[in-house]
Design a protein around this ligand. Structure first.
Ligand code: DGT
Ligand code: CA
Ligand code: ZN
Length: 649
């Protein structure tokens, strides 16, 4: 684990021994080994620290008792020097002369350790031969082509370093919604449990379900007399890597991945996604990622106002504030305050005169509005709709009765038809569409996609299974489709006769490099040709973007969607996918409402490659909500019977 923010020797938080935990000791030993590598120290010394770290981490007995009994040196893998160091750390809370080792290593060299594929040995070499001490200097050197000529490097590894730096910057910037929410909801629960906190709630972009989250904003209801104690309790949370500020009823911290008790479960990703998010380096980067978080403590009667304010968006808030001004009111994070009473007073002093609101609903009511769901607070017409009482009844996860784009072992999925069907039934779904990859798809030399013959055989199998369920009175069916590759000219993989035998065809671009090398006009033309193919039912992940991984190809989605709208009005079925994988969330929510308005039905698809992948539809629902969708706008909310009839037309 390479976490930049926590490359400091831990300070004891206890008054008495033992001052540190087993995990803390193991981390320090591991870091020392790495620091020694950066200094090109004696390999035996490095090995001693590495072994020590591993031994301590896997030790089953109590480290403190072992130390008291004097038997630490008897443990295999712990030498004399290291055992003395551990004794001192546990007993005194100090770290010998290790501080100087930490101090004498340039911070930039430690930062470079987080670059995927770059180890301490090469960092040392870059430091010695090119005087490189920071990621910025390394980037410059790569761009000047100064790294490729070093011994053991080459233009390929130089490019790999640049790619790694780019990826790292994304991980340290915003985080994908699934990760941001996991951090946010975990931290929210920890704050909520603290004595003196009456209520804590996650606000900001995470509450609005943006596809990525910058920092976490938590609002806590705390009586003024408890603020100091609650502040202290928050700062004592062990997963805080760094405190950026504390005071004035506000705490700003950086959280480490250790806050996520269970590791992020990657599930089965498709090859394209896996590669774009860092491949084999992904889990290491994710577990060394951090996120900033703010907690704002306010008195209970102010809570609703602060929650609304920090939920944002800023643009939504500005419109709300203008509505308030028109009514002679001042709206801010402390209240909704009549100007004539507030006068020159500011902040909480002015808020003494605020109108009352115990929840957000009442704030909106004071301004003559219906309550606006957080997902809609993007100043995209929601305030106008709230005024005229015409906000949509947003779709909920429980409205879904199925989905259409899922993989099995026939292509790159890891579950069988029966297993996928079973998982769908467990979710109370009435249908599950199977859409394995088409024959042209390869990863490396390996064919991932299904041959036409195997595909049609899958259809037979599906019919059999469906007959069994139907005979048994079970309201469930598999729907046979395929995810057909869109070739560069817009035509579809498989012969038309093969595609005609399918209930649905999900048309997707996977040869992204070709599409990214072309301009918007060419790509748009090709995609329009695709949707005009009579067998094409759904466009899958329409831009191919991977959030925090790679951009999609250029395409005029408005034009594509408009054409789809025309075809739908002529009686055809042309649907746009919201790919619900949290790595994609493509179609972007900003286009979703436009598609609805053009009469294009949307389909939320988990693109599941295993049974748990079906759960990703939850993220798709969040994006559908951000796009104002109601159940009627979604193919997922048709009954099993209806969708079966629709697709077999
Ligand atoms: P993020 O963190 O970049 O993913 O996005 P947000 O929306 O969480 O933005 P953030 O963390 O900067 O601030 C949280 C909310 O606080 C924001 O959505 C609206 C509110 N807010 C922050 N700054 C301002 C401001 O200058 N004016 C107004 N009206 N609201 C603000
Ligand atoms: Ca935020
Ligand atoms: Zn795909």
């Amino acid at each position: 684990m390479v976490s930049i923010k926590s490359w400091v020797l831990p300070k004891s938080r206890r008054d008495e021994a033992p001052h540190f935990s087993k995990a803390q000791i193991a981390t320090v030993l591991e870091q020392v080994a790495t620091l020694l590598k950066l200094k090109d120290a004696n390999p035996f010394r490095i090995r001693a620290y590495e072994n020590g770290s591993r031994t301590i981490a896997s030790l089953e007995t109590d480290l403190w008792e072992l130390n008291l009994s004097g038997k630490l040196t008897e443990v295999k893998g712990i030498g004399k020097g290291i055992s003395a160091l551990i004794s001192e750390a546990l007993g005194e809370g100090t770290w010998g002369d290790l501080q100087s080792l930490y101090d004498s290593t340039p911070e930039g060299m430690i930062e470079m350790l987080a670059i995927p594929g770059l180890g301490p040995k090469r960092i040392k070499q870059l430091h010695d031969e090119l005087n490189i001490d920071s990621i910025a200097e390394l980037t410059a050197a790569c761009n000047e082509d100064a790294v490729s000529c070093l011994d053991g490097f080459g233009s390929k590894s130089q490019q790999k370093i640049l790619d790694g730096i780019d990826l790292l910057a994304r991980f340290q910037g915003r985080r994908r919604l699934n990760v941001g929410l996991l951090y946010g909801e975990t931290f929210e629960a920890m704050v909520a449990r603290i004595d003196g906190v009456e209520h804590a709630q996650l606000a900001g972009s995470a509450r609005r379900r943006r596809e990525t989250v910058g920092d976490l904003d938590i609002v806590a209801s705390v009586k003024p007399e408890n603020v100091e104690a609650v502040t202290e309790a928050i700062l004592a949370i062990p997963d805080i890597a760094e405190v950026k500020g504390a005071g004035d009823s506000k705490v700003s911290v950086i959280l480490e991945a250790s806050i996520l008790e269970r590791n992020l479960d990657l599930g089965t990703l498709d090859g394209g996604v896996f590669h774009a998010i860092g491949g084999d380096d992904y889990s290491q980067m994710e577990s060394s990622g951090t996120i900033e978080a703010q907690v704002r403590m306010v008195p209970p009667h102010v809570f609703a106002f602060t929650l609304a304010y920090f939920t944002g968006s800023k643009e939504h808030n500005i419109k709300m504030r203008q509505l308030a001004i028109d009514k002679g009111l001042r709206l801010n994070e402390f209240g909704l305050i009549p100007e004539d009473k507030a006068g020159d007073l500011k902040g909480l002093d002015a808020a003494k005169y605020s109108l009352n609101a115990t929840n957000e609903d009442e704030i909106y009511q004071h301004l003559g509005l219906d309550w606006v769901p957080p997902e809609l607070r993007e100043d995209m017409g929601e305030i106008e709709a709230a005024k005229s009482k015409s906000l949509p009844r947003l779709v909920m996860p429980t409205d879904l009765k199925g989905s259409l784009h899922n993989h099995t072992t026939l292509s790159d999925g890891v579950a069988t038809l029966e297993q996928m069907a079973g998982a769908a039934m467990d979710m109370d779904w009435e249908f599950l569409g199977i859409a394995d990859h088409s024959q042209i798809l390869n990863i490396g030399d390996r064919q991932i996609g299904a041959n036409a013959e195997d595909l049609l055989e899958q259809g037979e199998k599906i019919r059999e299974l469906n007959d069994n369920w139907s005979d048994g009175g079970k309201n469930f069916r598999l729907l046979h489709g395929a995810e057909c590759d869109i070739l560069p000219d817009g035509s579809l993989d498989y012969e038309p006769e093969t595609r005609q035998q399918l209930g649905h065809v999900i048309a997707s671009v996977h040869q992204l490099s070709t599409w990214k090398a072309r301009d918007e006009i060419e790509n748009t033309e090709a995609l329009i040709k695709t949707i005009e193919d009579p067998t094409c039912t759904i466009i899958g992940h329409p831009t191919g973007r991977i959030l925090q991984g790679r951009d999609g190809f250029d395409v005029d989605l408005h034009a594509v969607i408009r054409r789809m709208g025309e075809l739908n009005s002529e009686g055809e079925l042309k649907s746009m996918e919201i790919n619900a994988s949290p790595y994609r969330l493509d179609l972007d929510w900003r286009f979703v409402r436009f598609a609805r308005d053009q009469g294009v039905p949307i389909c939320i698809n988990p693109d599941a490659h295993d049974t748990t992948g079906l759960r990703d539809v939850w993220f798709g629902v969040q994006i559908a909500r951000k796009g104002w969708l109601e159940p009627k706008d979604l193919l997922n909310c048709y009954s099993g019977e209806e969708i079966e009839a629709l697709l077999s037309r």
